[in-house]
Design a protein around this ligand. Structure first.
Ligand code: SF4
Length: 676
């Protein structure tokens, strides 16, 4: 059996997979992300690729139709809305599940041809705060490090990251490195004890959103104990004095940690030259997410612990192609190829390259604003591609109502029934993993090929092709006449070359002569770290330390909800929900709670608990454990209206956002709970 080299479609680790049409799935020993390893989700991929439940023909109002009828309807509804209400009356909501080529053409259609920037993505829910933090600090959305740094470090600090469940192969790499070098230390900063904590030498139960106080306290400690790298600061960093002065006004106890815990962590960090700080959704999904990112980066800049082997801040992305999406500008506040909407020179260059009739001139609606505009009747035509916002967005019930309020909704998906698809006028069948070709970028800037190894089912089409088909029917055929994903990728690389003089981080020259069919996993700009010797992307070439203050704590009368993921499920379970062995891990929605809270409620292990917020209510199975912190309840976000009406967690969360990044604060909420 010939096996095809492809990439796992789940998390941002981006593991290489060898896959066969007979159901063979193996880790690719040659892929530099995983060297043959796979986690439980990756191993079970063959159980998720059957055609049961698949959308196999276009549908208009639930009735099968042909492609021409469906595409004509989508194109005419979008064209009518643009004609009658202007370009900002339409919107796309896309996905970090899309391949880079899909993202590229969707962004090109909306920004260069429709003339609006109303294209946002579920990546807004994943890492927008890291993007904003990177841009403030570095002048660019640059991940400085590479995965090898996790093995070279002497101290790994995991902040707001249950790596063992959410990025398991990176966790395995760290665990192997720690076994080989037992002196290597791991600190886990998380409000609850998780599987990741088992690997840690130190667990700090930080208060929800206590991270800025924690890292401001670290910066103060580094300054007071003369652990700053003044040579690096003088040569490469601006804003240090202001950031250090403001940090000194922070009371580190606002982190919720004891003086002993803080002292232990600060001494360990200061005394270890090679530190990597890994952060994920516990940092990003917060009203202070961007400030948290900058509080972390400040400590690395202040000590020159960046850009060297085993050093640096490291954002790990949740989705398989959140990085590729932001590279091609698939968010409402970005232009293609790490160029800026606000920069007239950048806009002119992109418009000239695309030979497009127009170009958006300002940022569009970010996810929360986009669905609020739907609710307000401002969006007349909406296209949701490869994502399920009626479940995954905060205040999910209100989002479902907002989608239902849009006069015309198209949904592209691989599944026939999803909470969001059920709200559509037109359903467009997309090809899924194993059936489509393209590229993804993982958390260390490595671009890998996803390759088809299964036949394309019935009428399904790749997302890039569906988007181009609609663009052609809207009258822009010449600009969207690609015959393959390879041609889209070639244009993306050519745009990078055409705009190289703008001098940003995204340089794809390494792919200029690449053979797309045989493309091996490759990092851009090449296999190197950024910023060891400065070279930041602010106009003066220096990084910025950003003065940040902790958020004002909002007192809660009830319990604090902490949301997250299970080890064996992905997003809203449309694929992983098919694999019995994955369902066997944690089979139903649950509330992980501290024994004292359970006792106060009169709840026993396995009892049902009614959990309520201002926005909705769910019923969960009580899982009583001292892994939970008293006063906090953890619940996973995977269950949908399709699977268990009682478990749709994100409907409990308020639509608060980080004011800088627009990322929703999905991690926490206020709830009351009682025995059901
Ligand atoms: Fe897939 Fe992530 Fe698991 Fe790797 S770690 S196999 S990319 S889910």
């Amino acid at each position: 059996m010939t096996l095809t080299k492809t990439v796992c479609p789940y998390c941002g680790v981006g593991c290489g997979v060898l896959a066969g049409a007979d159901g063979t799935i193996k880790g690719d020993p040659d892929h530099p992300a995983n060297f043959g390893r796979l986690c439980s989700k990756g191993t079970a991929l063959s159980e998720t690729i059957d055609l049961e439940g698949r959308l196999l023909a276009p549908k208009v109002h639930g009735v099968d139709t042909d492609w021409d009828t469906a595409l004509d309807l989508v194109a005419s509804k979008f064209s009518e809305a643009i004609r009658d209400h202007g370009p900002d009356s339409v919107a796309f909501y896309v996905s970090g599940q899309l391949l880079t080529e899909d993202y590229y053409v969707a962004n090109k259609l909306m920004k260069g041809f429709i003339g609006s920037a109303n294209i946002d993505t579920n990546s807004r829910l994943c890492m927008a705060s890291s993007v904003a933090g990177h841009k403030r600090a570095f002048g660019s959305d640059t991940v400085p490090g590479i995965y090898e740094d996790l093995e070279d470090a002497d101290l790994i600090v995991l902040v707001g990251s249950n790596l063992a469940w959410c990025h398991p192969v990176l966790h395995q790499r760290i665990a192997a490195a720690k076994t080989a070098r037992p002196d290597m230390k791991v600190v886990n900063i998380d409000p609850r004890r998780t599987a990741t904590t088992d690997l840690a030498d130190v667990h700090l139960r930080v208060a929800p959103d206590g991270d800025v106080a924690l890292f401001n306290g670290l910066l103060t400690y580094l300054a007071e104990t003369k652990n700053l790298d003044h040579a690096y600061l003088d040569a490469h960093v601006a804003g240090a004095r202001e950031a250090i002065e403001l940090a000194a006004q922070t009371d580190p106890s606002q982190s919720g940690l004891s003086p002993e815990g803080l002292a232990q962590f600060y001494a360990l960090w200061a005394g270890t030259p090679k530190v990597v700080t890994v952060y994920s959704q516990g940092v990003n999904q917060s009203t202070s997410g961007t400030d948290k990112v900058n509080a972390i980066i400040n400590c690395h800049l202040a000590t020159g612990r960046i850009g060297k082997a085993g050093c640096g801040p490291f954002s790990v992305t949740g989705q398989p192609n959140a990085m590729g999406g932001r590279e091609v500008g698939g968010m409402a506040n970005m232009l293609a190829n790490h160029l800026d909407i606000e920069n007239a020179g950048h806009r002119d260059a992109v418009q000239g390259f695309w030979a497009s009739p127009t170009i958006c001139t300002s940022a569009g609606l970010k996810a929360i604003d986009l669905f609020q505009a739907c609710a307000a009747g401002k969006i007349k035509a909406l296209w949701i591609i490869s994502t399920n916002p009626a479940v995954s967005m905060p205040d999910a019930k209100a989002v479902a109502a907002a989608i239902a309020n849009v006069p015309f909704v198209a949904v592209s998906d691989i599944m026939a029934r999803t909470d969001t698809g059920d709200l559509s006028d037109v359903l467009l069948p997309a090809t899924g993993w194993g059936e489509k070709d393209g590229t993804v970028t993982n958390s260390e800037r490595r671009i890998s090929r996803q390759r088809a190894f299964l036949p394309r089912p019935e009428m399904a089409r790749p997302d890039w092709k569906i988007i181009c088909d609609v663009a052609q029917k809207m009258g822009w055929g010449d600009a969207f006449s690609y015959r393959s994903a390879a041609e889209v990728f070639a244009e993306y690389v050519a745009l990078s070359a055409a705009t190289r003089d703008f001098g940003r981080d995204l340089d794809l020259s390494i792919f200029a002569d690449a053979d797309y069919a045989d493309l091996i996993p490759t990092q851009w700009p090449n296999n190197k770290r950024f910023f060891a010797n400065g070279g930041f992307f602010h106009p003066d070439g220096k990084a910025r330390m950003i003065a940040v203050t902790p958020p004002v704590a909002v007192p809660s009368e009830g319990l604090t909800l902490n949301t997250g993921r299970n080890r064996d499920q992905w997003h809203t379970m449309t694929r992983t929900g098919k694999a019995p062995r994955l369902g066997a891990h944690l089979a139903e929605p649950y509330a992980e709670m501290h024994p004292d809270d359970a006792t106060a409620m009169g709840v026993g292990y396995g009892d049902l608990v009614a959990v309520k917020s201002l926005h909705g209510d769910v019923i969960l199975r009580a899982l009583i454990t001292d892994r939970a912190t008293k006063g906090q309840v953890f619940a996973p976000m995977h269950w949908t209206g399709q699977q268990a009406a009682s478990g749709k967690i994100n409907q409990l969360i308020t639509s608060n956002v980080d004011p800088i990044s627009g990322q929703p604060a999905l991690k926490t909420g206020s709830i009351v709970a009682r025995r059901f």
